[in-house]
Design a binder for this molecule. Structure first.
Ligand SMILES: Nc1ncnc2c1ncn2[C@@H]1O[C@H](COP(=O)(O)OP(=O)(O)OP(=O)(O)O)[C@@H](O)[C@H]1O
Ligand SMILES: [Mg+2]
Length: 388
């Protein structure tokens, strides 16, 4: 985590996603999280978007302002996050040494581990033994390299609207912070936390509350909307509405029971992948099913790659289960489909599981609908300067 100030005060979590901005003012009370204020503002799909669908600086500024207004928060100190190819996370094991020696040694080694030149990144690292008193010969370190140009640009946008960014986190760490505040997990379980947003899928594999692997995949709910739009020849906003109202991911067309033969499905899926066409009759339902299934299969393939990469490392361990969150996880049946494909239990987690929302002015239906989108924002809103 990159810190810019060193005072201890409450801050507002500002999650700038590709499709919307979410802001969260939160605190802990005993073992519970209290949500004081929440705000949401969509970022319109205007022409100023880059190829990677990044919104323009202006539309980000407008949406941040609108989300803060929506929340009613008056905080100026904020914590935000970056994700995707703006940031790289690496896990190193080093000989045990003092903090000063470590500063030097990590910088020296960093170039080997990150695909950027050191001048181009903000480097931060922390040891996984937070007391720094570990007596073992080796210490584990998380190294975070964030692209300076992108961090600076984001800070400039926020400063231009009168905000004071005091911390910069990364999405996948913020999601873990939120889920840890909501659930208690068995210490010996290795869990893959997968946050599916509009364009980014944030993977964070953790054990005993500690991140062991983090990677972002360029895939998310938007790819599904795009696929529907292309197949049906519709504008994006209409495709989005169809996805939300009728969308679901099924192994087969939803009108027919699943075939018993696994091999038949593999052949059918492969033909669909290659030709981009549905093997089933061209009914609307089937067309919709195929247009959703294809991008989801690609996303799952990428998730599988990351899980296998982690498991196959020298100190890798088998993953016990997968937790899903993010707006993209609202796609019906995604958890079951993913579970079947990856052969692991998959659970959609609730970022508000252990959160007191009684102080919020928004109605409970709206909050419930917003909940899957709030994991990053809550994780950021719970950060305090001085935390590691
Ligand atoms: N009911 C729903 N069913 C399926 N998908 C949904 C539903 N509601 C929202 N989504 C999808 O959730 C995604 C937005 O989720 P989220 O707010 O987590 O993303 P983001 O933070 O804007 O994006 P990113 O983190 O990738 O930059 C969109 O792709 C949207 O289509
Ligand atoms: Mg997001």
């Amino acid at each position: 985590m990159l810190k810019f100030l060193s005072k201890k005060s409450a801050i507002l979590g500002v999650d700038i996603g590709t499709s919307s901005v979410k802001v969260v003012q939160a605190r802990t009370s005993g073992k519970k999280v209290v949500l004081e204020k929440v705000g949401f503002a969509p970022i319109p799909m205007d022409n100023a978007r880059t190829e990677k669908l990044e919104p323009s600086d202006l539309s980000i500024a407008d949406a941040v302002r609108a989300a803060i207004k929506d929340s009613g928060s008056t905080y100026k100190d904020i914590c935000c996050a970056i994700s995707g190819d703006a940031v790289i996370v690496r896990y190193l094991t080093m000989p045990n040494m003092t903090q000063d020696e470590l500063d030097y040694a990590v910088r020296l080694q960093a170039e080997e581990y990150i695909p950027f030149r050191l001048e181009e990144v903000n480097l931060d690292f922390y040891r996984l033994d937070p007391t720094g008193k570990e007596t073992s010969k080796k210490i584990d370190i998380i190294l975070v390299a964030a692209r300076k140009d992108l961090v600076t640009r984001r800070m400039e946008i926020l400063k231009s609207i009168g905000l004071n960014p005091v911390m910069m986190d990364i999405d996948s760490f913020a999601i873990l912070n939120c889920i840890e505040a909501n659930y208690v997990f068995p210490a010996d379980e290795v869990i893959a936390l997968v946050g599916i947003g509009a364009t980014n899928c944030n993977i964070n594999i953790f054990e005993n509350g500690v991140s062991k692997f983090a990677r972002d995949i360029l895939a998310g709910g938007f790819t599904v909307t795009q696929s529907i739009a292309t197949r049906f020849g519709l504008p994006l906003d209409e495709a989005e509405r169809i996805k939300i109202d009728e969308g679901a991911v099924f192994p087969q067309d939803s009108s027919a029971p699943p075939e018993s033969s696994g091999i038949a499905e593999v052949i059918k899926d492969t033909v669909e992948q290659i030709t981009g066409e549905s093997v089933d009759t061209d009914s609307r339902k089937n067309k919709l099913a195929v247009s959703i299934r294809q991008p989801i299969q690609n996303l799952i393939t990428e998730v599988r790659r990351s899980l296998q990469f982690f498991e196959n490392q020298a100190n890798g361990k088998p993953i016990n289960r997968i937790l899903l969150t993010g707006g993209g996880s609202k796609l019906k049946n995604l958890d079951h489909y993913m579970s079947e494909r990856l052969g692991l239990p998959v659970q959609v987690v609730n970022p508000l599981e252990n959160v007191d929302v009684t102080g919020l002015s928004a109605n409970s239906g709206k909050i419930k609908d917003l909940a899957p989108h709030l994991a990053v924002g809550i994780g950021l809103g719970l950060r305090r300067v001085g935390d590691k």
